[in-house]
Design a binder for this molecule. Structure first.
Ligand SMILES: Cc1cc2nc3c(=O)[nH]c(=O)nc-3n(C[C@H](O)[C@H](O)[C@H](O)COP(=O)(O)OP(=O)(O)OC[C@H]3O[C@@H](n4cnc5c(N)ncnc54)[C@H](O)[C@@H]3O)c2cc1C
Length: 426
């Protein structure tokens, strides 16, 4: 149903009420702006990538997707329909350019630089989440009991152990977790592991409850958050956006922020600007928790599968497929994810599937978000591209966006996140 937009034109209109748009609104409001957030769906609708994921935040998993060795492994994975990574072959200039830039970033130098930026964003974001979720409705949506990195093979464990020193040097409390200690932490759970690490700063958000709670908290702070408002077109005069046309009427905000996840590309294109973004489909499957289910969040290292305990349910997520704006479910991929999970957790009962969900991650070639002015527009910004770890990057990214719009000194150099950085060959 179309909603009639705002009664007053706001200082800033944010397009998209996923985790990124909501955190942009949070910090824009904190900076004193009047803010409206519009989304074509209601907040928490499963169409948003933020609504059904495994919600891992905290300092685990700060590596960019592009790493040395990925091109070689990617070729092997391409031939296996149950692999964690897949590209649907197609002749698409934007995909080919994305892959070319991705390939260029598969070096030690880029991976290290990317890790440092992503970790800094995740550390800042965790501090924000602890504050935002300290009390009230949001309190029950963040759990911070640590996270286990589980390795099935000796080679996988050796590779994971090699990351410990760098992580610790950057302030991440990552350590080896003896299998005896794991058995004490998870009594009764059967594991088939070569070894495990523990990050005591591992945390997880429960979605969609977190999103719905955050939208309510924004409303209490005077932000208008409207579902059922589909942005269709723009009116532009002399590199200045004058009006945003929606299914329910027209808005004339002073500033516009495009935070529409993978759909940001279409909105930017309507303004004549290309974005280096590809949708990367992932799946989660939610099953009832049973005696074989762990109680701590786990990353199954070699299989790239995440396991999130959620009370009497357990959510299992994985795969990254570059298959365009296609959110359809492949039964084969679902089976592949569950088979991987049972490899590490042989007692996990995955027969009863309560929910199978797909989401489209907005991915950039270097895994860093796009936060900055859109092209030469004086009053349009973009906040997207948070990729595979957007829940854990969005709070700090939202603050950077608000600093940009408000003209304040940014927490981190904004050039790092410039939406046009690939054009200048960084
Ligand atoms: C399987 C899976 C597991 C994941 N696990 C994790 C994890 O454990 N930790 C982590 O940090 N990240 C994880 N992610 C990544 C994370 O989900 C994303 O990075 C994040 O949700 C992106 O948020 P977003 O706000 O940019 O996009 P979205 O959540 O997709 O929000 C975009 C919004 O824009 C709206 N919109 C689009 N076009 C229009 C329009 N024209 N008019 C109005 N509204 C519009 C959409 O309806 C949507 O609600 C996972 C992703 C997947 C798929």
């Amino acid at each position: 149903m179309a909603t009639t937009p705002t009664r007053h034109d706001p200082d800033v209109l944010v397009i998209g009420a996923g985790v990124v748009g909501l955190f942009c609104a949070w910090f824009l409001r904190e900076a004193g702006h009047t803010v409206t957030v519009v989304d074509r769906h209601e907040v928490g609708d499963p169409a948003a990538c933020s609504a059904g994921n495994t919600g891992f935040v905290g300092t685990q998993g700060s590596a960019p997707l592009a790493e040395p060795g990925v091109p070689a492994r990617g070729l092997r994975w391409l031939l296996n329909p149950e692999s964690p990574f897949h590209v649907t072959p197609r002749l698409d200039g934007e995909l080919l350019s994305w892959l070319w830039h991705f390939r260029r970033h598969c070096t030690e130098r880029h991976a290290r630089a990317g890790f440092e930026v992503l970790l800094a964003l995740k550390q800042r974001s965790l501090a924000v989440l602890r504050e935002v979720c300290a009390e009230g409705e949001l309190a029950g949506t963040l759990t911070a009991r640590g996270m286990v990195l589980a390795c099935h093979t000796p080679e996988g464990y050796a590779a994971a152990r090699r990351t410990v020193d760098t992580a610790v040097a950057h302030g991440v409390p990552l350590r080896e977790l003896g299998l005896d200690e794991l058995a004490r932490l998870e009594p009764g759970v059967e594991f088939d592991l070569a070894g495990a690490l523990l990050n005591e700063e591992g945390a997880a958000l429960r979605v969609p409850a977190f999103l719905v709670g955050l939208a309510d908290a924004l409303r209490q702070r005077g932000v208008e958050v409207l579902g059922g408002v589909d942005v269709r077109d723009f009116e532009v005069v002399d590199r200045q956006l004058r009006a945003v046309r929606t299914g329910g009427g027209e808005l004339r905000p002073a500033e516009v922020v495009i935070a529409a996840g993978v759909w940001s590309t279409g909105l930017a294109r309507a303004l004549g600007v290309g974005l280096p973004l590809q949708p990367a489909k992932g799946y989660t499957v939610t099953v009832p928790a049973g005696p074989g289910s762990p109680t701590l969040p786990m990353l199954l290292s070699e299989g790239k599968v995440a396991v999130l305990p959620m009370g009497d349910q357990i959510r299992i997520g994985g795969t990254l497929e570059l298959s365009g704006l296609d959110a359809s479910v492949s039964a084969r991929r679902v089976d592949g994810i569950l088979r991987t999970a049972r490899t590490y957790l042989p007692g996990l009962d995955t027969d009863r599937r309560l929910d199978v969900w797909t989401g489209l991650r907005p991915c950039t070639p270097d895994s860093l978000p796009l936060i900055g002015r859109l092209g030469a527009y004086r009053n349009v910004s973009v906040a997207t591209g948070h990729g595979h770890i957007g829940m854990g990057l969005a709070p700090a990214g939202g603050r950077l966006l608000a600093q940009l719009v408000t003209g304040k000194d940014p927490d981190m150099p904004l050039e790092t996140f410039a939406p046009d950085r690939f054009r200048v060959g960084l």
